[in-house]
Design a protein around this ligand. Structure first.
Ligand code: Z5A
Length: 201
């Protein structure tokens, strides 16, 4: 079973992944959580390049290629082998993030991302949980930390990303929205029910 979590910064993905992973482990499931970009030795090096500030104009297509280099490595090294052994793999972001940030946010063609994903034969999540918050709430939640290269983008950019996620929710199967402005406990209850339904327990 492969589950991904999506949402803009501060939507609560890491918080919810921790809660659901612990709860699934208590029920006896083997759970592996990964983050993107990153999650492997090579991927974590790519993550540094991706998030570090630079004086150059970082081309959005370069971003996509870096993200796919990291994603391919993660799929080969961690996702596919663990799914094969029957573990539950939980990803903090996956390909919907590339569509939302690089396509809706920065103008890259959606077809290119779909082509890369298919041609590289990368796994697809059985369920993607999109935690929806607006960019203003996002800013408030992450105001106490130093912003990385992507977090320095404008509120306008994050509105396009949020709009992108909302479009993806309308068009994609197995892509479920939860309202991220609710309390942590309420959201984790909803996620627990979604996953129970998926696991059929
Ligand atoms: N990126 C991309 O552009 N394209 C791609 O394809 C991929 C990624 C895969 C990765 O950053 C960056 O890469 C990301 C997109 C880009 N960039 N930006 N900007 P990351 O992994 O470092 O950051 P993140 O994924 O956005 O994580 P995050 O900012 O830490 O957000 P989060 O995990 O969703 O939130 P959290 O850590 O669980 O919660 C944040 C705070 O809010 C914390 O204090 C919580 O206690 C609080 N919180 C959480 N939930 C609630 C609720 N419900 N109520 C109140 N407070 C809450």
């Amino acid at each position: 079973m492969f589950i991904s979590f999506e949402g803009i910064e501060g939507s609560g993905k890491s918080t919810q992944i921790k809660i659901i992973s612990e709860s699934l482990q208590k029920k006896g499931h083997d759970v592996i959580s990964v983050r993107e970009p990153g999650g492997t030795e090579v991927g974590e090096k790519i993550r540094k390049i991706f998030l570090q500030e630079t004086t150059e104009n970082f081309d959005p297509l370069t971003e996509v290629l870096l993200l796919y280099a990291s994603r391919k490595q993660l799929d080969n090294e961690i996702i596919k082998p663990n799914l094969k052994k029957g573990s539950i793999v939980i990803a903090d972001r996956f390909f919907h993030a590339t569509k939302a940030y690089q396509c809706y946010g920065k103008g890259v063609e959606l077809n290119l991302v779909e082509y890369l994903h298919k041609t590289l034969n990368i796994s697809e999540p059985d369920l993607s949980i999109y935690i929806d918050i607006n960019p203003e709430l996002s800013r408030k939640r992450i105001s106490n930390r130093k912003a990385d290269r992507i977090e320095q983008e404008s509120l306008d950019f994050f509105s396009r990303v949020q709009h992108g996620y909302l479009q993806l929710e309308k068009e994609s199967k197995n892509f479920i929205l939860v309202d991220g402005s609710k309390s942590i406990e309420k959201i984790s209850g909803e996620i627990d029910s979604l996953i129970k339904e998926l696991l059929n327990v």
